[in-house]
Design a protein around this ligand. Structure first.
Ligand code: NAD
Length: 492
């Protein structure tokens, strides 16, 4: 069966070779897409690339299936299994798409150009240049929020990119091997084997669960002398973890963690990090605050998103963005407020939804439909552009603007083919360790909240079906089988 599946995957993989990269057609508009994450890739998947000169710019030349990133930190899944090269995604498009591996360093909405820097590792090969656009989609995501807390950037590991997962995987084993080194003091052993996770959102919870699994199922077998010393602590500032899940699932997660011997510290906010300690403030039921200093070996920081510098810079150039804090405020067509020809999707856009992969992917698909329809009908395109510019009038006379917006909304509704973006929440899923998961799923007009072993199988099959390609799916299944049969690889 495996041989057959591999052959099938190989067939799918081999079926198309990339066309030459295009020479821009002067009769078509330049559509520049920044990013290769959920928003950008879902747009590219459905976009009819024959209608535009499409240029993709991203420092990461692959799409990363982020829901399985916590599994990479322990080797349950290998990192290459959840990466899909952007070149392989683009070769399936009808018309060739240009790709530049570079970081967008500045967007100039006046001159309609994006400054890019390829940050090449090849000595003397680094290039800085500009790319001009007629239409721009900003899908650059977000960076890790540190809230300016001292020591976080210098001493903790984040969990956003493949490099972060690889760093964590090495660090776990470094702590284990160093703790078992000759003549270590008991205090140092305890410190090295204390794994601290800050942030009780899904990233922190999934990572804590995976880490405890790694210890219980593998490390303990190979390094039995540390059995009673390895400890995972999850620190959360709010009164409970996973605030987006129902009360029942929060309780289930907390009791599962208790069984797994993961310590949860809620109402505890980290205030300072040093190379060996975390300083956190606990707020008691009477409101009394106490400081605690915890030595750690590994510190993983998962406290959510912050705006990237290139996005912050763009916001500072657009007066209509002055009140937006969390990213580029967009209208219901995902047009960046205060602009006519810039759209934003995913974690860098503020559209009124949580910054999740599900939202970004639906936004990307929406933009693809929008751009396809725009290209098909010149008349509709003209209408949309006019409407977007009127909708993005700078703040001033609010009553007049509100009235105008209302008129435009009525007009928009009349354009049957392009309805405003509407997000359909399909539910939330999270792995919580020891082969259990929690799921809040909207299905058949009902909401289902479940947790446990069966939910874990559902979690696995849902994530598998969401993987980008057949190749990814086959590799992930093989990784699961491999880690089950032989245990996770504990080499550094
Ligand atoms: P998050 O924003 O969901 O959670 C971060 C948590 O860190 C918050 O609960 C916050 O109270 C806490 N925090 C902040 N500062 C702190 C401090 N100094 N000390 C202690 N705690 C502190 O972040 P995330 O988990 O990275 O998720 C980001 C987004 O991605 C969310 O929208 C989330 O829903 C989504 N996501 C979803 C899944 C899933 O559905 N399985 C997985 C990963 C991420």
């Amino acid at each position: 069966i495996i041989g057959g599946t591999a052959y099938l995957a190989y067939g799918v993989y081999e079926q198309k070779h990339p066309d030459d990269q295009f020479e821009p057609d002067p009769t078509k508009k330049n559509l520049v897409i920044l990013g290769t994450g959920w928003g950008a890739v879902s747009l590219l998947k459905k976009l009819d690339t024959e209608n535009y000169n499409v240029i993709v710019i991203s420092p990461r030349n692959y799409f990363l299936f982020t829901p399985l990133l916590p599994s990479c930190t322990t080797g349950t899944v290998e990192h290459r299994s959840i990466m899909e090269p952007i070149r392989s995604i683009l070769r399936h498009k009808k018309a060739a798409v240009k790709y530049y591996e570079a970081e967008a360093t500045k967007i100039d909405p006046e001159r309609k150009v994006v400054a890019i820097d390829d940050n090449s590792d090849i000595k003397g090969a680094s290039n800085k240049t500009e790319v001009s656009y007629d239409m721009l989609v900003v899908s650059v995501g977000a960076e890790n929020a540190t809230f300016g807390i001292p020591g976080v950037r210098e001493h903790s590991c984040f969990l956003k990119e493949i490099g972060d997962a690889q760093q964590i995987r090495k660090k776990i084993m470094d702590c284990v091997e160093t703790a078992t080194f000759k003549d270590q003091t008991p205090e140092e052993v305890e410190r090295l084997l204390h794994m601290v996770v800050v942030g009780g959102g899904p990233t922190g919870v999934e990572f804590a669960g995976e880490l405890q699994d790694f210890f219980d199922q593998d490390i303990k077998k190979w390094v039995p002398e540390i059995s009673d010393k390895f400890k995972v602590t999850l620190i959360e500032a709010l009164p409970n973890v996973l605030p987006m899940f129902s009360k029942q699932l929060i309780d289930y997660t907390e009791s599962t963690f208790k069984e797994e011997k993961i310590t949860i510290m809620t109402k505890t906010a980290v205030k300072k990090v040093t190379d060996k300690t975390v300083e956190a403030e606990y707020t008691g039921p009477d409101g009394k605050k106490t400081m605690q200093v915890m030595p750690y070996g590994l510190l993983v920081w998962a406290t959510g998103n912050a705006v990237r510098p290139v996005v912050r810079d763009l916001m500072s150039q657009i007066p209509a963005q002055k009140d937006s804090r969390r990213g580029l405020a967009v209208n219901e067509y995902l047009v960046v407020q205060g602009t006519k020809d810039i759209w934003a999707t995913g974690d860098c856009a503020v559209a009124g939804y949580a910054p999740t992969a599900q939202v970004a992917s639906q936004e990307g698909a929406f933009l693809a439909r929008l751009f396809n329809t725009m290209a098909k009908s010149e008349a509709i395109e003209q209408q949309i552009h006019d409407l977007s510019s009127s909708l993005n009038l700078q703040p001033g006379n609010t009553a007049e603007i509100a009235k105008e917006i209302e008129t435009h909304e009525r007009q928009l509704r009349r354009i049957k083919d392009i309805k405003p973006f509407h997000y359909t929440h399909q539910g939330s899923l999270a792995y919580i360790g020891s082969e259990r998961a929690v799921a809040d799923v909207s299905w058949l007009n009902g909401n289902f909240a479940t947790g446990g072993g069966l939910t874990y199988l559902f979690w696995r099959s849902a994530y598998l079906s969401m993987c980008f390609s057949t190749r990814n799916r086959v590799l992930v299944v093989l990784d699961w089988l491999k880690s089950k049969a032989f245990g996770r690889d504990v080499s550094r």
